[in-house]
Design a protein around this ligand. Structure first.
Ligand SMILES: [Zn+2]
Length: 399
């Protein structure tokens, strides 16, 4: 029944919206009175009850979020009673099938959660319900649903990758569930050689980044232009790097396609090699086109003079991890990190961090910028570079 403890926690924390919708439904349908009267509680429900108490114990230890959660925890008893007969599930399925209410990813995950509570996590239809929710959920704007469904499937013993982004959504996790979680990093058990067993593309992708850039090169006719704008400085320490988030308006263009600059961040040493040599650091400028194509401009940073742009950035490092920091009245121009000459090497690659998604165009500038030894030493991450990846027949072009 440990499985249920985990599931209840998911309901409490990851699937709060489901509880809310069930409560709304129970109230709406006027069935609250009837369902609470369900008197014959099955053996399974008794065990569930015990696990729920354990779960509530654990939840009580949570700080911060608890104030918001507490009223819901108390209301859960009524919900649990309503669920035990499976009637709510049936009614909700009928309600959605009627087509009067649009089926969203959240509602689909809600159906999964109801199935889990009423029927069990091992039921193939429960698994199917969560898989459907995953399919429906659009990555990023539906991250909560993706995480809830992924965590629920993992808890049901399904072989499913739980994104590291989902870590923070459900903060209370029983220890036995921790094996589903993977905190990627650059060393030891978290290191790049282990990424592939949790994020398959990192291990079996054929167009991975970074690369060792060596001749022969094809000739690229593409012209790269950038139009970055001065804007308010917004910084983020995401636990893997220092990232500067860019307000809308900074763009670049290559081959007639326009891209928005989203953010830039740093790696130490450079991830890319030129003829087998690393640079002290690299700045990756991450862009996205209207069609969703990603393109990265890489600016290698070689040991040399103090870099005034980096001086501004390092003077404003975020005080906390995973919280965007916008120091007062500091303006920053991303172009101040670029060399004058935008000659480049180009290849098709991937994100250099999990999940290592492919289809990313890399433009590594031939001309490096400079950074002083002291400045490299002040960067909070000693080593945050993925090793170079096999070329696998890809062509590197140069401008
Ligand atoms: Zn990067």
């Amino acid at each position: 029944m440990k499985k249920y403890l985990r599931i209840i926690l998911e309901v409490l924390l990851g699937l709060l919206f489901v509880v809310a919708s069930v409560l709304a439904y129970v109230n709406w349908s006027g069935k609250r009175h009837a369902v609470v009267e369900v008197s014959s509680v099955s053996q399974e429900m008794e065990e569930l009850d015990k696990d729920l108490k354990d779960a509530e114990e654990e939840v009580k230890h949570l700080k911060g979020e608890m104030d918001a959660l507490q009223p819901r925890v108390f209301q859960l008893d009524a919900v649990k009673a309503a669920l035990s007969g499976g009637q709510v599930l049936q009614d909700m399925e009928t309600l959605y099938k009627g087509g009067k209410i649009e089926m969203t990813a959240e509602r689909q995950a809600g159906i999964g959660a109801l199935r889990m509570l009423a029927i069990g996590a091992d039921d193939p239809n429960t698994v199917a319900a969560f898989n459907k929710a995953l399919e429906m959920a659009q990555w990023k704007n539906r991250l909560d649903t993706v995480c809830a469904a992924q965590n629920a499937l993992a808890a049901a013993g399904q072989k499913i990758e739980v994104l590291s982004e989902c870590r923070n959504i459900s903060t209370a996790k029983p220890k036995e569930a921790a094996k589903h979680d993977f905190h990627w990093g650059y060393e030891g058990k978290e290191g790049p050689e282990h990424w592939g067993s949790h994020f398959p593309v990192c291990g079996n992708g054929k167009k991975q980044s970074p690369l060792n850039i060596v001749a022969p090169f094809e000739k690229s006719k593409a012209k790269l232009t950038v139009n970055y704008k001065m804007g308010p400085l917004k910084m983020l320490n995401n636990g893997h790097t220092i990232q500067v988030n860019i307000p809308p308006g900074s763009t670049m263009s290559v081959n007639g396609t326009a891209y928005d600059l989203l953010q830039f961040h740093f790696h130490r040493p450079s991830e890319e090699q030129i003829n087998g040599d690393y640079s002290a650091m690299v700045a990756h400028f991450v862009h996205k086109s209207k069609e969703g194509q990603l393109a990265v401009i890489g600016v290698l940073l070689q040991y040399g003079k103090e870099n005034p742009a980096i001086k501004t950035l390092w003077a404003n490092l975020p005080p906390k991890e995973n919280e965007e920091y916008a120091p007062d009245k500091i303006a920053f121009d991303p172009a101040s990190l670029l060399p004058k000459d935008l000659g480049f090497y180009h290849y098709e690659g991937s994100l250099t961090t999990p999940p290592c998604t492919e289809g990313v165009d890399f433009y590594i500038l031939k001309t490096p910028s400079e950074v002083s030894k002291d400045q490299v030493g002040q960067f909070p991450y000693k080593m945050n570079a993925r090793p170079v990846q096999p070329l696998n027949g890809r062509k590197i072009s140069e401008s």
